[in-house]
Each structure stands twice: as structure tokens, then as C-alpha cells.
Write a protein that binds this ligand. Structure first.
Ligand SMILES: Nc1ncnc2c1ncn2[C@@H]1O[C@H](COP(=O)(O)OP(=O)(O)OP(=O)(O)O)[C@@H](O)[C@H]1O
Length: 259
């Protein structure tokens, strides 16, 4: 697949009132990327995610999707752009009074004109993609935390999104379930042809699936690197990046010997 820019962040400043969270952010996310938003606690990762999904308005600068700003289009065009996003939040956020199947059906009922039978087929298909077809009629309280995360993923992909956003997808999962979730994210990226944006602290996930990233620094309040996490580990000589990517073991890239 040839790469083309899907999401572009230009000179973005993010603030709550007069409190600036991050400034001068500029980076590009390519179609098909698994893009990781990295940085220590409180640096503004979730805030950046909120700017990318159009929940927060930039204090300065812009976020462009396929060249369009969510804030410079009509309400109708904005709805159309937002429909192309699939979002899963930390807690999964399934509606507890509905079965898994009903949860996945919701966006299809809200945003499409499909018949009940067509929706039922799609619900079963989406649940099958995340390995949960047998659980269509279970309530969220009747399945495990990992299964709930997969179910919310099935709901996020109900409308075949172009971009999938995840805030801490593996929080609270054991390492094996976290690894399975990483595999699932890769599979879905490939089957949907989607771009994926993830906020995560999990180094294993960052290196296993991330091919592009931005690192936000809470002290200088701006990005200090962008690029493939493995490349940053191998070549970036910023001490904060090395500490973050090695859990504090290194402050400079390791000398590598060429075979
Ligand atoms: N709605 C809000 N109103 C005011 N300040 C906020 C709001 N949300 C976050 N903040 C502040 O903005 C800063 C960045 O918060 P944010 O949640 O984006 O960081 P984070 O990197 O995602 O943190 P963590 O890794 O701990 O989840 C923090 O100082 C936080 O207190």
C-alpha cells in the first residue's frame, strides 16, 4: 500500500482555559499507520486524542483529516467526518442494560438505513471478527474484562471506520490478553484498511504494533520526537525518550555493532 497522509497536526496548541497543556505540535499520521501517543503521566495524551476526534477545539493550529479541518466545515460535513471514526474508551463503555449484540447494533440503527435482518447479519459478522459471535446474547456483566474490550471494539468497527482510536486499550488486562488484543488491532487494521491511533503506556504493545508515534514532554510542554518507536529506541539521543522506552534503564541509544 502506498502511504498517504491521513491525519495532519499543524502547529497545534492545546489548552484548558489559560492553562496550556502542549504547544507547537506538528506531525503526520499516514494511512494504515498504527500511531502511538506516548509520554509520561499528565503530559496531555488524552487531551491530544480529544483534539484528534474533534471533542476539543485547538487553542491554536489545526488538525486535518484527509486535508479537512473538523472546525472549518458545515455541521453536516462534520457529522460525515465523525462517522468515519471508531472510538473505544478505557472502560469499554458498553451499555450494561443491552446485550453485546444490541450494543454493536446501536450505531448501525442510528446511522444507517439497514433493515433489522441486515443489521443482525452485520452484528454477527463484527462479533465474529473479535471472536465473540457465540456471546451475542450475553450481557456485558456476564463476560470477562478482556471480552468486554473486544465487544467494545466490535461496536467501534460497526460502521467500518477509517480511523480507529484507542485510549489505553490494554489497561487492566493480563499480559496474554493484552498480547491477543494487540494481534486483534493489527488484524482489524489490515481487514478494515484503517488507520489506528492509540494512547498507551505498554512498552510491549508500543514496540509490537506501533510503526509511528509522537512523544509528548510534560516539562517543556511540547513534542520531543516523532517516528517509529523502534527507530527512536535505536537512534534518538534524547535522554527522556531513552528512559521512557527502556523503563529507565538507558539515557542514550545503545551502541549497535553491524554484523
Ligand atoms: N477537562 C479538563 N479540564 C481542565 N484540565 C484538564 C482537563 N482534562 C485534563 N486536564 C489537565 O490537562 C493535563 C493533561 O491531562 P491528560 O489527561 O490529557 O494527560 P494524560 O497524558 O492523558 O495523563 P495520564 O497518562 O495520567 O492519563 C493535566 O494537567 C490534567 O489535569
Amino acid at each position: 500500500m502506498t502511504k498517504s497522509t491521513h491525519i495532519e497536526v499543524n502547529d497545534l496548541t492545546m489548552a484548558y482555559g489559560s492553562m496550556v497543556v502542549q504547544r507547537d505540535l506538528s506531525f503526520a499520521i499516514q494511512r494504515g499507520d498504527i500511531f502511538v501517543i506516548m509520554g509520561g503521566s499528565g503530559c496531555g495524551k488524552s487531551t491530544l486524542m480529544k483534539h484528534l476526534i474533534g471533542l476539543n477545539r485547538p487553542a491554536k493550529g489545526e488538525v486535518l483529516f484527509s486535508g479537512q479541518s473538523l472546525w472549518q466545515v458545515s455541521a453536516e460535513q462534520q457529522r460525515e467526518l465523525l462517522r468515519r471514526f471508531g472510538i473505544t474508551y478505557q472502560a469499554g463503555a458498553l451499555l450494561s442494560s443491552l446485550t453485546l449484540g444490541e450494543n454493536v447494533a446501536l450505531p448501525l440503527q442510528q446511522f444507517t438505513q439497514l433493515s433489522a435482518a441486515e443489521i443482525d447479519d452485520l452484528v454477527r459478522y463484527k462479533l465474529a471478527l473479535v471472536g465473540l459471535e457465540p456471546y451475542q446474547h450475553f450481557m456485558p456483566s456476564e463476560i470477562s474484562g478482556g471480552m468486554r474490550k473486544r465487544a467494545s471494539l466490535a461496536r467501534a468497527i460497526a460502521l467500518d471506520p477509517e480511523v480507529l482510536f484507542f485510549d489505553e486499550p490494554s489497561a487492566g488486562l493480563d499480559p496474554v490478553s493484552a498480547r491477543l488484543l494487540d494481534d486483534l488491532i493489527l488484524e482489524l487494521r489490515d481487514s478494515l484498511g484503517a488507520t489506528v491511533v492509540i494512547v498507551t503506556h505498554e512498552l510491549a504493545s508500543i514496540f509490537a504494533i506501533g510503526n509511528n508515534s509522537v512523544f509528548l514532554d510534560p516539562e517543556t510542554k511540547t513534542q520531543i520526537a516523532t517516528g517509529a518507536p523502534k527507530e527512536l529506541l535505536a537512534h534518538c539521543d534524547d535522554a527522556k525518550i531513552q528512559r521512557f522506552l527502556t523503563r529507565g534503564e538507558r539515557t542514550s541509544p545503545k551502541e549497535t555493532t553491524t554484523p
